[in-house]
Write a new protein. Structure first.
Length: 332
C-alpha cells in the first residue's frame, strides 16, 4: 500500500480526509477527497481529484474541483459515480446549509476526469417533501449507477437546531437521477428513532434482484452497522435493522458489488476505535459475511472501494494522509 495524498506534499494542506474512488469503463482510477486547512469538519478546504491510468501505481497531481481553502469556504463530501462513458460528481458547499450560503452541486466528465462541466447548483432539489432540513451531506464515498440507469447517491441530513453547524439529530435518504444527471430528486426519508439514533453516512449497492441495499452508520451503543433495502433505491425502504456481523466504531464504510454473486464491504472492524480496517466478502447479497481480510490492523478510518479486473482497491484514511491498498482476489 502507498499514500495517494500526503499532508506534507507541499500543497499547504494540513490533512486529507473523506476519500472517494471509482474505476471507469476505460480503465482509469479516479480518486477524490477533501483537502483541509485544519482538522475541523468545517475547515476551509478544497475538493481535489487525482487520476491513475496504471492501476494505482502512479497518480496525477491534484486537480482542484472546488476551491475553498484560500477563500475560507467549506467544500465537502465529494461523491463520484462511474456510469458508462460518463463520470458524475456531486458535492456540497457548507454542508448545504442555506443560512450559511451553502448548497449542493453537480458536474460530470466525459473524458475520464480530464475535464469537467461547469458545476450546476441543484440545492432546490434537495429538500424532501414534508421534511425541514438544515444540513445535508452527499455520500461520502462513491455513488451507485443502477443497472436500470438510475443514479443514486446516499445522503444524510440534520433537522434544524439552534446550532447551524450541528451534525445531529440526523436522518438519511438518497438523491437520485433517472436521466443521467440532468435532473435530481430526493427519495424517501428514513428517520432515526429508538434503538437506531442518528443514522448518517450510508453506502449503497445493487443486489442480485435489482433491489438496493443501504449499509448505514448509526450511533447505537450496539456498535453495529444497520441495513435497509428498497426495490429501487428511492423509496419503499425496509425498516433499518442491525447487521450483527458488522462491528463498527461509528464511522463511514464502503460497499460495492464485486461480481454477479459477491458483495464487498470495508470498515474499521472494531467497537473501541477507528482501527483494524477489514475487507469482507458476501456471496448471498449481504445476508452473511463469512470471509474477511484485514487491510490495516492499526489506526484507519473512512474507506471506499473500487474494482478493476481482479483487483479490489481500498482507498482509506490513515490520518493525516489517504492511502491505497490493492487486493487481488480470484473470481469464483
Amino acid at each position: 500500500m502507498h499514500s495517494v495524498w500526503k499532508a506534507d506534499d507541499g500543497n499547504g494542506y494540513r490533512m486529507y480526509r473523506i476519500p472517494c474512488i471509482v474505476a471507469t469503463r476505460r480503465g482509469t482510477l479516479l480518486a477524490a477527497c477533501e483537502a483541509r486547512m485544519s482538522n475541523s469538519d468545517w475547515a476551509a478546504m478544497d475538493l481535489v481529484l487525482k487520476r491513475s491510468v496504471d492501476g494505482g501505481a502512479s497518480w496525477s497531481e491534484n486537480v482542484i474541483l472546488a476551491r475553498g481553502a484560500r477563500e475560507g469556504v467549506t467544500y465537502n463530501n465529494p461523491v463520484l459515480i462511474a456510469d458508462g462513458e460518463l463520470v458524475h460528481l456531486l458535492y456540497c458547499r457548507e454542508y448545504a446549509c442555506e443560512a450559511r450560503g451553502g448548497g449542493v452541486f453537480y458536474t460530470r466528465s466525459g473524458d475520464d476526469g480530464l475535464s469537467w462541466s461547469a458545476p450546476r447548483e441543484i440545492t432546490a432539489r434537495t429538500h424532501p417533501a414534508g421534511y425541514a432540513r438544515n444540513l445535508l451531506a452527499t455520500g461520502p464515498g462513491h455513488g451507485l449507477a443502477h443497472s436500470n440507469g438510475t443514479l443514486i447517491a446516499p445522503v444524510w441530513m440534520t433537522r434544524p437546531t439552534p446550532d447551524s453547524r450541528a451534525h445531529r439529530p440526523s436522518d438519511i435518504s438518497t438523491l437520485y437521477s433517472k436521466d443521467r444527471g440532468l435532473t435530481w430528486q430526493m427519495g424517501e426519508v428514513l428517520r432515526s428513532a429508538g434503538e437506531m439514533p442518528n443514522m448518517s453516512e450510508s453506502c449503497a449497492a445493487e443486489l442480485s434482484d435489482g433491489s438496493v441495499l443501504l449499509n448505514i452508520r448509526n450511533e447505537s451503543p450496539k456498535k453495529r452497522r444497520a441495513v435497509a433495502v428498497s426495490p429501487n433505491g428511492c423509496g419503499g425502504w425496509s425498516k433499518p435493522a442491525f447487521d450483527e456481523t458488522l462491528t463498527d466504531p461509528i464511522c463511514m464504510a464502503g460497499i460495492l458489488r464485486y461480481d454477479a454473486r459477491t458483495l464487498l464491504f470495508c470498515n474499521p472492524d472494531s467497537e473501541s476505535g477507528r482501527q483494524n480496517l477489514t475487507l469482507r466478502f458476501s456471496r448471498d447479497d449481504g445476508q452473511s459475511w463469512p470471509e474477511a481480510l484485514v487491510v490495516d490492523p492499526d489506526a484507519a478510518a473512512y474507506a471506499d472501494l473500487a474494482v478493476m479486473g481482479d483487483t479490489i482497491y481500498v482507498l482509506y484514511e490513515k490520518s493525516p494522509d489517504i492511502r491505497l491498498a490493492a487486493v487481488k482476489k480470484a473470481r469464483r
